[in-house]
Design a protein around this ligand. Structure first.
Ligand SMILES: Cc1cc2nc3c(=O)[nH]c(=O)nc-3n(C[C@H](O)[C@H](O)[C@H](O)COP(=O)(O)OP(=O)(O)OC[C@H]3O[C@@H](n4cnc5c(N)ncnc54)[C@H](O)[C@@H]3O)c2cc1C
Length: 566
């Protein structure tokens, strides 16, 4: 059913040796969706690929998005027809290649009067045609009564009607990790917790990088014929290691999401909320947590965990309270967690954050360093194609013969996407193999790991003790953590709970109740001593605390949490 890639601490160690000893056709800096997508595309073309990530795969913006593989309806308002077309086409491709990570969910757009109703109707009609939306997913205008049947918690007052259409919900960090695994499965040499600190040059041209190992295994030099900087918000910082006097090209804006208990709102799908400044802000249900977002404000500093302020939180809670008729309004006590990401947008003179284009741009400097910035999670595959086309052109220029490609990137399944589109049938099959495991646990595994859930179920079948959840209120099992460690290069507790199992976001307790026991499983698999195990738990608890307690306005990011280190 699936081909499982070996990505363990041992693979990582071997990869560090290979990175230091081989010359790669393309060396990619940054393991967010952009870098991961390029690594997969280049590996599919038969190139020798290296990918290095400073913290963990998806640790940057690619784990903080709204998690929509969306058609780009809002770009229509900005007149960005090209982006609408590309985003809309791509969501079908992502759904075909990784169905578990692109699930269609109804989205309701409440409208206050006939004029709004008519205006949106024209916009959506245009979008459906431009985007080639499938018949069953085309928009529909509904009356206020129908809207209330769909979402009974909508505020009745001022509700004239609503537009109903479909968005695809993903899990951004899982998508990145599956794309990295795909690239590794095709031969790419990947390593997380490995930071590029300088460039190696020869005759004024970049020929590689110097990188520092976050797990204390020393510094290494890595050589690549073409070097690609896909460092997201850090693109300027990395680029300036190569062109020290150049000006920044990015303008960073911060986007915040706030998680609240789903039973406080009780939504069946996504709702576009009515924010105080009339921006479209979403409420997106995801199991026990519904997240509200996002904001869009200037954020000049680089930060691993950009600071969420109370005014960000209040803005989002206020949007929910203006949209829903709740027994008691949402307040500070309802905040499960709050997280922020930085949009790596290209600077455009005189534009407000919300007006900046989401289009990507590829820049090549005199030293031959290729930098890519901007773009969307949704369009990662097309961005990757464009960058790899450029990489191939440069390889030909320097006299390399290109190898025959392995497969086309819109045809080759993404890791985890090998069970077809019928997730319910796949769940039935897995559930029949381990009848003692709760059905919601299996459903969660399929949603997170797709066809790779088979490997976790294999472990559960072999060793029933590994199928037992850590606690009665969590579905996390040792079998899942073992999979993260052996096949997804998880080397810290944050790697597991924040970006692979996603408990930090989708668990009402942010995974705190199982942190200790998950760390014990990791200690057993990774040979941690007791001090390291305890340090991992303490660091994780600090992160949970940080996510739960937004700061006052004007605080600095000095208290940012960090991953524990060996
Ligand atoms: C709030 C918000 C909501 C969004 N919602 C959506 C959405 O719903 N749908 C959508 O399609 N898009 C969305 N986006 C946009 C999308 O998330 C981003 O465009 C995308 O994640 C950027 O990915 P990236 O790989 O370029 O950057 P990142 O994910 O930040 O990856 C860059 C990586 O480079 C690493 N790095 C940095 N410096 C170094 C170094 N020196 N050495 C090695 N590695 C390094 C970083 O650690 C990081 O992991 C949203 C963005 C935000 C902020």
């Amino acid at each position: 059913m699936t081909s499982t890639v070996d990505l363990s601490i041992h693979t990582r160690r071997r990869n560090l040796q290979r990175l230091a000893g081989e010359v790669f056709d393309v060396l990619i800096i940054g393991g967010g969706i952009t870098g991961a997508g390029i690594a997969r595309d280049a590996a599919l073309r038969g190139l020798r690929v290296a990918l290095v990530e400073r913290r963990d795969f998806a640790a940057g913006t690619s784990s903080r998005s709204s998690k929509l593989i969306h058609g780009g309806l809002r770009y229509l308002q900005q007149g960005d027809v090209g982006l609408v077309r590309e985003a809309a086409t791509e969501r079908y491709v992502v759904r075909r290649l990784a169905p578990h990570l692109a699930q269609p969910v109804p989205m309701l757009f409440p409208l206050a009067n006939r004029r709004e109703y008519a205006k949106l109707s024209v916009g959506m009609w245009t979008f459906d045609r431009l985007a080639g939306v499938a018949d069953k997913e085309r928009h529909r205008l509904v009356t206020a009564e129908e809207a209330l049947d769909i979402e009974p918690r909508l505020l009745r007052k001022d509700l004239y009607g609503a537009a109903l259409h479909y968005e695809y919900v993903t899990d951004d960090a899982r998508l990145v990790i599956e794309v990295v695994k795909s690239a590794a499965g095709l031969g790419a040499v990947v390593a997380n917790h490995l930071e590029v600190v300088d460039f190696l040059t020869q005759g004024g041209k970049v020929i590689g990088v110097a990188a520092r190992d976050g797990h204390g295994e020393g510094d290494i030099e890595i050589r690549g014929r073409v070097v690609v900087n896909a460092a997201g918000p850090w693109v300027d910082r990395v680029r300036m290691l190569s062109e020290r006097d150049s000006k920044p090209r990015l303008r960073l804006t911060k986007g915040v999401h706030v998680g609240v208990p789903s039973d406080r709102i009780g939504l069946s799908g996504i709702v576009v909320m009515n924010a105080s400044d009339r921006r479209g802000v979403f409420a997106i249900p995801r199991g026990p947590v519904t997240y509200l977002g996002t904001t869009d404000t200037e954020y000049p500093e680089l930060a691993d965990y950009p600071q969420v302020t109370w005014s960000d939180v209040e803005y989002l809670l206020d949007a929910a309270n203006r949209t829903f008729d709740l027994p008691t309004p949402l307040g500070a006590g309802d905040v499960v967690n709050a997280w922020a990401g930085l949009r790596p947008l290209l600077h455009q003179e005189g534009k407000k954050p919300t007006e900046l284009s989401r289009q990507d741009e590829i820049m090549v400097n005199e030293a031959g360093l290729v930098s890519i910035a901007g773009g969307k999670l949704t369009t990662f595959r097309r961005m990757a194609e464009r960058v790899t086309d450029m990489v191939c052109a440069r390889l030909v220029e320097i006299g390399q013969t290109l190898p025959p490609p392995v497969a086309l990137s819109d045809q080759h399944p993404i890791s985890g996407g090998e069970m077809g589109g019928d997730l319910a049938r796949f769940e039935d099959y897995l559930a029949s193999r381990v009848r003692e495991v709760r059905r919601d646990t299996i459903a969660r595994l399929v949603r997170l790991y797709g066809s790779n859930a088979t490997a976790i179920v294999d472990t559960m079948e072999r060793d029933p003790a590994r199928a037992r959840p850590y606690s009665h209120d969590s579905s996390l099992t040792p079998a899942e953590v073992e999979y993260n460690v052996k096949h997804e290069m998880a080397t810290t507790l944050q790697d597991v709970l924040e970006r692979r199992t996603r408990l930090l976001l989708w668990d009402l307790g942010c995974g705190s109740s199982v942190a200790d026991r998950a760390a014990a499983t990791m200690a057993e698999l990774l040979g941690w001593d007791e001090a390291r195990r305890r340090r991992e738990v303490v660091e994780y608890e600090k992160l949970v605390e940080y996510m739960r307690t937004p700061a006052g306005d004007g605080v600095s990011a000095d208290d940012e949490p960090h991953a524990a280190r060996a």
